[in-house]
Design a protein around this ligand. Structure first.
Ligand code: SAH
Length: 227
Protein backbone atom coordinates (compact mmCIF):
# COMPACT_ATOMS: atom_id res chain seq x y z
CA UNK A 1 0.00 0.00 0.00
CA UNK A 2 1.02 3.57 -0.48
CA UNK A 3 -0.63 6.81 0.67
CA UNK A 4 -3.22 8.31 -1.68
CA UNK A 5 -3.61 11.48 0.42
CA UNK A 6 -2.23 13.31 3.42
CA UNK A 7 -4.46 14.68 6.19
CA UNK A 8 -4.16 18.34 7.19
CA UNK A 9 -6.06 18.52 10.45
CA UNK A 10 -6.82 20.86 13.35
CA UNK A 11 -5.24 18.18 15.58
CA UNK A 12 -1.56 19.05 15.42
CA UNK A 13 -0.86 17.00 18.55
CA UNK A 14 -2.16 13.60 19.72
CA UNK A 15 -3.42 14.82 23.10
CA UNK A 16 -6.99 16.08 22.73
CA UNK A 17 -7.93 14.13 19.62
CA UNK A 18 -11.42 12.67 20.21
CA UNK A 19 -11.56 8.92 20.77
CA UNK A 20 -13.80 8.39 17.76
CA UNK A 21 -14.86 10.17 14.60
CA UNK A 22 -18.07 12.21 14.78
CA UNK A 23 -17.66 13.22 18.44
CA UNK A 24 -16.34 16.70 17.57
CA UNK A 25 -18.30 18.13 14.61
CA UNK A 26 -16.15 21.31 14.63
CA UNK A 27 -12.99 19.25 14.01
CA UNK A 28 -12.15 19.92 10.39
CA UNK A 29 -9.49 18.55 8.11
CA UNK A 30 -8.60 18.43 4.48
CA UNK A 31 -7.41 15.37 2.63
CA UNK A 32 -4.82 16.48 0.11
CA UNK A 33 -4.72 13.93 -2.69
CA UNK A 34 -1.25 12.83 -3.80
CA UNK A 35 -0.17 12.11 -7.38
CA UNK A 36 -1.18 10.04 -9.30
CA UNK A 37 -4.44 9.98 -7.27
CA UNK A 38 -5.00 13.73 -7.46
CA UNK A 39 -7.04 13.62 -10.68
CA UNK A 40 -10.56 15.05 -10.47
CA UNK A 41 -11.85 11.90 -12.26
CA UNK A 42 -10.78 9.78 -9.28
CA UNK A 43 -13.29 11.51 -6.98
CA UNK A 44 -15.97 12.12 -9.59
CA UNK A 45 -19.39 11.28 -8.08
CA UNK A 46 -18.17 11.25 -4.47
CA UNK A 47 -19.91 14.59 -3.83
CA UNK A 48 -23.27 12.79 -3.89
CA UNK A 49 -22.52 11.32 -0.45
CA UNK A 50 -22.80 13.11 2.89
CA UNK A 51 -20.17 10.96 4.63
CA UNK A 52 -17.07 9.05 3.60
CA UNK A 53 -14.91 6.31 5.02
CA UNK A 54 -11.30 7.30 5.47
CA UNK A 55 -8.82 4.44 5.83
CA UNK A 56 -5.49 5.57 7.17
CA UNK A 57 -2.29 4.55 8.87
CA UNK A 58 -1.84 5.37 12.58
CA UNK A 59 1.63 6.55 11.66
CA UNK A 60 2.43 7.89 15.14
CA UNK A 61 1.61 4.52 16.70
CA UNK A 62 4.05 2.44 14.65
CA UNK A 63 7.10 3.07 16.83
CA UNK A 64 5.36 1.66 19.96
CA UNK A 65 4.31 -1.53 18.16
CA UNK A 66 1.29 -3.63 19.03
CA UNK A 67 0.18 -6.14 21.69
CA UNK A 68 -2.46 -8.89 21.87
CA UNK A 69 -4.32 -7.02 24.59
CA UNK A 70 -5.01 -3.30 25.05
CA UNK A 71 -6.67 -1.12 27.68
CA UNK A 72 -9.41 0.88 25.96
CA UNK A 73 -10.14 4.30 27.52
CA UNK A 74 -13.85 3.39 27.45
CA UNK A 75 -13.17 0.74 30.09
CA UNK A 76 -11.48 3.25 32.35
CA UNK A 77 -8.00 2.46 31.07
CA UNK A 78 -7.49 -0.41 33.53
CA UNK A 79 -9.37 -3.36 31.98
CA UNK A 80 -7.84 -5.24 29.07
CA UNK A 81 -9.50 -6.59 25.93
CA UNK A 82 -8.12 -8.24 22.81
CA UNK A 83 -6.62 -5.87 20.28
CA UNK A 84 -9.22 -7.02 17.74
CA UNK A 85 -12.00 -6.14 20.20
CA UNK A 86 -10.70 -2.56 20.21
CA UNK A 87 -10.23 0.44 17.96
CA UNK A 88 -6.78 1.05 19.43
CA UNK A 89 -4.09 2.57 17.20
CA UNK A 90 -1.60 0.00 18.58
CA UNK A 91 -2.60 -2.84 16.25
CA UNK A 92 -0.98 -5.00 13.59
CA UNK A 93 -0.76 -3.03 10.32
CA UNK A 94 -1.77 0.16 12.19
CA UNK A 95 -4.85 0.57 9.98
CA UNK A 96 -7.46 3.11 11.09
CA UNK A 97 -10.95 3.73 9.73
CA UNK A 98 -13.15 6.75 10.36
CA UNK A 99 -16.51 7.88 9.01
CA UNK A 100 -16.40 11.64 8.53
CA UNK A 101 -18.72 14.25 7.07
CA UNK A 102 -17.91 15.27 3.50
CA UNK A 103 -18.00 19.07 3.37
CA UNK A 104 -16.60 19.93 -0.04
CA UNK A 105 -14.40 18.63 -2.81
CA UNK A 106 -12.15 21.22 -4.38
CA UNK A 107 -10.42 20.37 -7.65
CA UNK A 108 -8.24 23.13 -9.03
CA UNK A 109 -5.28 22.97 -11.33
CA UNK A 110 -3.49 19.72 -10.65
CA UNK A 111 -4.74 19.36 -7.08
CA UNK A 112 -7.73 17.73 -5.45
CA UNK A 113 -8.58 18.49 -1.81
CA UNK A 114 -11.42 16.86 0.11
CA UNK A 115 -12.70 18.94 3.02
CA UNK A 116 -14.19 16.91 5.86
CA UNK A 117 -15.38 17.40 9.46
CA UNK A 118 -15.89 15.32 12.59
CA UNK A 119 -12.38 13.91 12.30
CA UNK A 120 -10.33 12.01 14.88
CA UNK A 121 -7.21 12.24 12.71
CA UNK A 122 -3.79 13.63 13.55
CA UNK A 123 -2.29 16.22 11.23
CA UNK A 124 -0.13 14.61 8.51
CA UNK A 125 -1.79 11.18 8.81
CA UNK A 126 -1.28 9.15 5.62
CA UNK A 127 -4.57 8.08 3.99
CA UNK A 128 -4.58 4.76 2.13
CA UNK A 129 -8.18 4.67 0.85
CA UNK A 130 -11.43 6.65 0.67
CA UNK A 131 -14.90 5.19 0.05
CA UNK A 132 -18.45 6.49 0.21
CA UNK A 133 -20.30 5.71 3.45
CA UNK A 134 -23.58 3.91 2.73
CA UNK A 135 -25.81 3.78 5.81
CA UNK A 136 -28.09 0.97 4.63
CA UNK A 137 -25.13 -1.38 4.72
CA UNK A 138 -22.61 0.31 7.03
CA UNK A 139 -25.07 1.07 9.86
CA UNK A 140 -27.14 -2.08 10.57
CA UNK A 141 -30.35 -1.15 12.40
CA UNK A 142 -29.87 -3.93 14.97
CA UNK A 143 -26.22 -3.17 15.80
CA UNK A 144 -25.22 -2.62 19.42
CA UNK A 145 -22.27 -0.75 20.86
CA UNK A 146 -20.77 -3.60 22.88
CA UNK A 147 -18.72 -2.22 25.76
CA UNK A 148 -18.45 1.19 24.05
CA UNK A 149 -21.82 2.97 24.35
CA UNK A 150 -21.98 6.56 23.06
CA UNK A 151 -20.04 8.74 25.52
CA UNK A 152 -22.02 11.24 27.57
CA UNK A 153 -20.64 14.40 29.10
CA UNK A 154 -21.77 16.43 32.05
CA UNK A 155 -18.88 18.89 32.05
CA UNK A 156 -19.44 22.65 31.95
CA UNK A 157 -16.86 24.77 30.21
CA UNK A 158 -15.91 28.24 31.32
CA UNK A 159 -13.61 30.48 29.28
CA UNK A 160 -11.42 33.16 30.82
CA UNK A 161 -12.32 36.57 29.27
CA UNK A 162 -8.95 36.91 27.52
CA UNK A 163 -9.43 33.47 25.99
CA UNK A 164 -12.76 34.57 24.50
CA UNK A 165 -11.09 37.69 23.08
CA UNK A 166 -8.30 35.65 21.54
CA UNK A 167 -10.77 33.19 20.00
CA UNK A 168 -12.82 35.98 18.47
CA UNK A 169 -9.76 37.57 16.86
CA UNK A 170 -8.46 34.20 15.72
CA UNK A 171 -11.80 33.40 14.10
CA UNK A 172 -11.81 36.71 12.24
CA UNK A 173 -8.24 36.29 11.04
CA UNK A 174 -8.18 32.56 10.26
CA UNK A 175 -11.84 31.73 9.64
CA UNK A 176 -11.57 28.81 12.08
CA UNK A 177 -14.22 28.39 14.83
CA UNK A 178 -11.65 28.03 17.59
CA UNK A 179 -13.92 28.55 20.60
CA UNK A 180 -16.42 25.99 19.38
CA UNK A 181 -13.61 23.54 18.67
CA UNK A 182 -12.13 23.99 22.16
CA UNK A 183 -15.60 23.49 23.71
CA UNK A 184 -16.33 20.31 21.81
CA UNK A 185 -12.88 18.85 22.42
CA UNK A 186 -13.00 19.56 26.16
CA UNK A 187 -16.61 18.29 26.51
CA UNK A 188 -15.19 14.91 25.52
CA UNK A 189 -12.73 15.14 28.44
CA UNK A 190 -9.38 14.41 26.80
CA UNK A 191 -7.70 13.57 30.12
CA UNK A 192 -6.46 10.00 30.46
CA UNK A 193 -9.21 7.89 32.09
CA UNK A 194 -7.28 7.42 35.33
CA UNK A 195 -6.55 11.13 35.80
CA UNK A 196 -9.28 12.73 37.87
CA UNK A 197 -7.01 15.41 39.25
CA UNK A 198 -7.13 19.18 39.14
CA UNK A 199 -3.75 19.87 37.58
CA UNK A 200 -3.35 22.06 34.55
CA UNK A 201 -3.24 20.47 31.10
CA UNK A 202 -2.00 21.81 27.77
CA UNK A 203 -3.60 21.10 24.43
CA UNK A 204 -2.70 22.15 20.90
CA UNK A 205 -5.33 22.88 18.24
CA UNK A 206 -4.22 24.26 14.89
CA UNK A 207 -1.33 26.57 15.89
CA UNK A 208 -2.72 27.50 19.30
CA UNK A 209 -1.74 26.17 22.71
CA UNK A 210 -4.61 26.00 25.22
CA UNK A 211 -4.25 25.56 29.01
CA UNK A 212 -7.13 24.18 31.06
CA UNK A 213 -7.92 22.62 34.42
CA UNK A 214 -10.87 20.58 35.65
CA UNK A 215 -12.55 21.34 38.97
CA UNK A 216 -15.27 18.80 39.69
CA UNK A 217 -17.69 19.04 36.78
CA UNK A 218 -16.31 22.35 35.48
CA UNK A 219 -13.53 22.85 32.98
CA UNK A 220 -11.82 26.21 33.15
CA UNK A 221 -10.04 27.31 29.96
CA UNK A 222 -7.33 29.43 31.52
CA UNK A 223 -5.15 30.71 28.72
CA UNK A 224 -4.35 30.45 25.03
CA UNK A 225 -1.24 31.42 23.16
CA UNK A 226 -0.19 31.17 19.53
CA UNK A 227 2.64 28.74 18.88
N1 SAH B 1 -11.78 6.00 14.11
C1 SAH B 1 -10.48 5.35 14.10
C2 SAH B 1 -9.58 5.82 15.23
C3 SAH B 1 -10.01 5.45 16.62
S1 SAH B 1 -8.73 5.65 17.80
C4 SAH B 1 -10.66 3.85 14.15
O1 SAH B 1 -11.61 3.37 14.75
O2 SAH B 1 -9.84 3.15 13.54
C5 SAH B 1 -8.70 7.41 17.87
C6 SAH B 1 -7.35 7.88 18.35
O3 SAH B 1 -6.40 7.66 17.31
C7 SAH B 1 -7.28 9.36 18.58
O4 SAH B 1 -7.68 9.66 19.89
C8 SAH B 1 -5.81 9.68 18.33
O5 SAH B 1 -5.11 9.76 19.52
C9 SAH B 1 -5.30 8.51 17.53
N2 SAH B 1 -4.75 8.90 16.24
C10 SAH B 1 -5.35 9.59 15.24
N3 SAH B 1 -4.51 9.71 14.18
C11 SAH B 1 -3.37 9.07 14.53
C12 SAH B 1 -2.13 8.83 13.86
N4 SAH B 1 -1.90 9.28 12.63
N5 SAH B 1 -1.18 8.12 14.52
C13 SAH B 1 -1.40 7.66 15.77
N6 SAH B 1 -2.55 7.85 16.45
C14 SAH B 1 -3.52 8.55 15.83
Amino acid sequence: MEPIAIVRSCFTDKFGIPRQAGLVPAATASLEMLPPYNRPEAVQGLEAFSHIWVFFIFHQAVARGWKNMVRPPRLGGNKRVGVFASRSPQRPNFLGSSVVRLEEIVAEGSGVTIHVSGVDLLDRTPVVDIKPYVPYSDSPADADNGFAPPPTSSLDIIFAPEVLDFCQHYEERQGRPLQQLISQVLTNDPRPAYHEDEREYGLTLWDVNIRFAVHGKTIMVKSVRPL
